[in-house]
Design a protein around this ligand. Structure first.
Ligand SMILES: [Zn+2]
Ligand SMILES: [Zn+2]
Length: 743
């Protein structure tokens, strides 16, 4: 059955209270009503009855008793269908309710809030409190409980179910079970306890190949179970040999075990591992070639497991990824009916909504192709900067619109991957994002912009005009079609973090902080919203940019940053471990260093086949500022002086042309008063060699993006002049280096 959002009728929150006594639920803190819950009700329904009592009291000051018995004279709010009178369920079939679907209805005397198992009734209470009474749970600390003197009985049916059967937003805040329940998310990573309605659980969560067939257990005896890559079977960081019948057999047994031992799971994941390393053995390659996609072997494999599972458990659902090398659907193989395709949306422009610019086109085509062949599709989408969780990331157009896009395309579930493992602290506007996603995942027909504004107003109170202005400041800059930034954006490559913008953001937050001065809790929230601006300034400062922060201000700003990060228990600020540790970032900002930004430069020289770094071109034979030498394509080159006093980064793409498949040299002298050891920090994109006084002191043949102090070397200097020669190689895109002396 298709999951559709259904609203038969919404009762408007401000609806006029009719004075007819018979349809007043609560008036002036008094009520004739009791909350009825059957003795045989489920645990979540009992929880729902208590929740209703609690929040009705907070809204009206009236405490309704909870009862398990009725008498003919009484008036009741029936929680759940059990024992509800015929007048309340006339014309409906309670057994036809989906697990999260509910009905709020009155017969003019009683009120019914009831739904399917396991969560329908509970969501009914949450829905009643939010949609009818205006209650909100914005963050763990900020709720809205509108005071109400009169509460009428609703005069129309309100029957709802969510647009998506699976709704998860990967933000720290969204893993508080109560918060998630109030905002009707059903997350898998940190599930909601069954007593509170439970969750939609994927077991295991994702990337399960090595759990299905363990290399530890099988590789030694049966390397043929695992991927053949470049002619060799691989034990680690790769995949399975999907055409091997023994692999199918073991995987099937594993899944059957999972089904038996994990009754809490809603779906079981047969997922490729992260990364690549698919099998290139003769059989796998033949099938993938014939199918025009590695999804060929994947579905061939998953379908066999699915058929075996369906024989024993016809209702069990399985899922598999369409991700990285399996995104393209196969030509002829079709996923079995019990398989959900979890399609991933990444490598696209974050500035614009899906369909808002051409970068999303391949994804839209793939979604259409998968829809044509798969019974069920869920989406895994990415809504943060994976290199900088704390960076301002104005992807609000995507946040506002993409959920509806998925609902309109009959996607059944949505995982919005935000920033941070649940235990590693929050990130840029993560409370806002979590709340807006939660509302839209339940009902994507809502206006995303209005939701953002509602949240900002409620959570930032007196400071909200300035926070709104700040969001607009960022958003305006990424509107033009020409703007592009990805989920791996670096501060230096986006258009919305100029010194001018950061200055403006500073002024807005100065006003926001001033406006929240007298309210300690508000102040903390505003400080957290300001953190990304400070992070950006520190990031640029650490990279030797002089326009954002000067040496005198830096210690104070860094101390402030540390305090906010500590108060909010933020430990991880990027996905990988190399750059993701907040302690490392702080240590980087604390280093006392001098950037060398004036050099003699010469290039470009050839780097075909990546051999440039190890080939000795004429500049390695000594420095001669006037001598002409031959560079790439025979072009005549001489040394030229380069100077940049605004940035620590020497961007070679801006100095040399062509700037692909090339190498170049930078040379300078430094003076030492006496012979001594000094520490140099080198960061490079990509590989680098460094000579000091003709001696090779660093040789790094790598592909990487440049970070300040990627490598730190200790080098003896002689008294007087010392010569430093740096050589950096380049394949494609970024090309440049940092060179510092660490004091
Ligand atoms: Zn194979
Ligand atoms: Zn775009």
């Amino acid at each position: 059955m298709r999951y559709l959002f259904i609203v038969l009728a919404f009762i408007s929150i401000g609806s006029f209270y009719s004075c007819s006594r018979s349809n007043v639920l609560i008036a002036d803190g008094r009520s004739d009503y009791q909350i009825f819950i059957s003795d045989s009700a489920s645990a979540p329904e009992k929880y729902a009855a208590e929740a209703l009592k609690h929040y009705l009291y907070r809204v009206t000051g009236c405490r309704l008793p909870v009862t398990h018995r009725t008498d003919p004279q009484g008036k009741y709010i029936y929680i759940g269908f059990r024992e509800a009178p015929a007048s309340l369920i006339a014309g409906i079939d309670p057994s036809g309710f989906e697990g999260e679907e509910y009905l709020v209805r009155s017969d003019g005397r009683h009120l019914l809030i009831a739904g399917g198992q396991p969560r329908g009734t509970l969501y009914g209470v949450t829905g009643y409190l939010s949609d009818h009474l205006g209650c909100r749970w914005y963050t763990k600390d900020v709720e809205k409980m509108p005071e109400r003197k009169y509460i009428p009985l609703p005069n129309r049916d309100d029957r709802q179910q969510p647009a998506f059967e699976y709704r998860e937003a990967w933000y720290h805040e969204a893993y508080d079970p109560e918060w998630a329940l109030h905002n009707r998310l059903n997350p898998s990573i940190v599930p909601i306890p069954d007593s509170m309605g439970g969750s939609f659980i994927s077991y295991p969560f994702v990337h399960t190949f090595y759990q299905l067939v363990s290399p530890e257990k099988y590789f030694k005896q049966h390397p043929e179970y695992f991927s053949e890559v470049n002619g060799k079977r691989v034990e680690k960081d790769a995949q399975l040999c999907l055409t091997n019948p023994a692999v199918v057999k073991i995987a099937t047994e594993t899944v059957l075990d999972w089904v038996k031992s994990h009754p809490e799971a809603s779906i079981f994941a047969i997922d490729q591992n992260d990364g690549y390393g698919y099998c290139e053995c003769k059989n796998c390659k033949a099938l993938d070639d014939a199918e025009g996609s590695h999804a060929g072997t994947l579905l061939h494999f998953v379908n066999q497991v699915a058929a075996a599972v369906a024989e024993i458990y016809p209702d069990i659902k399985l899922q598999t990824l369409a991700y990285a090398y399996t995104e393209i659907p196969p030509k002829t193989i079709r996923p079995a009916d019990n398989i959900t395709i979890r399609l991933c949306h990444y490598n696209y422009c974050s500035a614009h909504k899906i369909g808002g610019c051409p970068s999303h086109k391949p994804f839209i085509e793939r979604l259409e192709q998968w829809r044509a062949i798969a019974k069920r599709i869920t989406v895994w989408d990415y809504f943060t900067d994976f290199n900088h969780y704390l960076l301002p990331f104005p992807n609000f157009e995507a946040v506002k619109n993409d959920v509806k896009f998925y609902a309109d395309h009959q996607v059944k579930g949505l995982f919005a991957q935000g920033s941070n493992m649940p235990s590693e602290g929050g990130s840029e506007f993560s409370t806002l994002r979590a709340w807006v996603f939660a509302q839209l995942m339940w009902n994507p027909e809502q206006n995303g912009q209005e939701l953002i504004e509602e949240f900002v107003k409620a959570v930032y109170g007196k400071a909200s005009p300035f926070v709104s202005e700040y969001i607009r400041l960022l958003q305006d800059q990424v509107k033009p079609d020409s703007v592009y930034f990805s989920i791996y954006a670096d501060p230096g490559e986006v258009n919305y973090l100029s010194p001018y913008t950061l200055n403006k953001a500073d002024s807005l937050f100065a006003l926001a902080l001033q406006a929240s001065e007298k309210d300690e809790r508000l102040l903390k929230r505003v400080e957290l919203a300001y953190l990304p601006v400070i992070y950006t300034k520190l990031y640029f400062f650490t990279a030797g940019e002089t326009a954002y922060l000067n040496k005198e201000e830096a210690p104070k700003v860094l101390a402030w940053f540390k305090r906010i990060v500590n108060e909010n228990k933020i430990t991880r600020i990027a996905e990988g471990t190399q750059y993701g540790d907040v302690e490392k970032f702080i240590a980087g900002a604390e280093i006392q260093q001098e950037f060398f930004t004036d050099w003699w430069m010469i290039g470009p020289f050839d780097n075909e086949n990546g051999k440039g770094l190890v080939t000795a071109f004429p500049p390695e034979n000594g420095f001669d500022s006037v001598k002409v030498v031959k560079g790439k394509n025979g072009v005549a080159l001489t040394w030229k002086q380069y100077h940049n006093n605004t940035s620590g980064y020497i961007d070679l793409t801006k100095i040399f042309d062509p700037s692909e498949n090339v190498v170049a040299y930078a040379r300078r002298a430094i003076y030492a008063d006496r012979a001594e050891n000094v520490q140099f920090g080198v960061g490079s994109n990509d590989g680098v060699r460094v000579w000091v006084n003709g001696r090779l002191v660093l040789d790094r043949q790598v592909g990487r993006r440049a970070q300040v102090n990627d490598d730190i070397i200790t080098v003896p200097l002689q008294q007087g002049e010392n010569e430093i020669l740096v050589k950096v190689d380049q394949l494609k895109r970024g090309w440049g280096f940092y060179f510092t002396e660490i004091k």
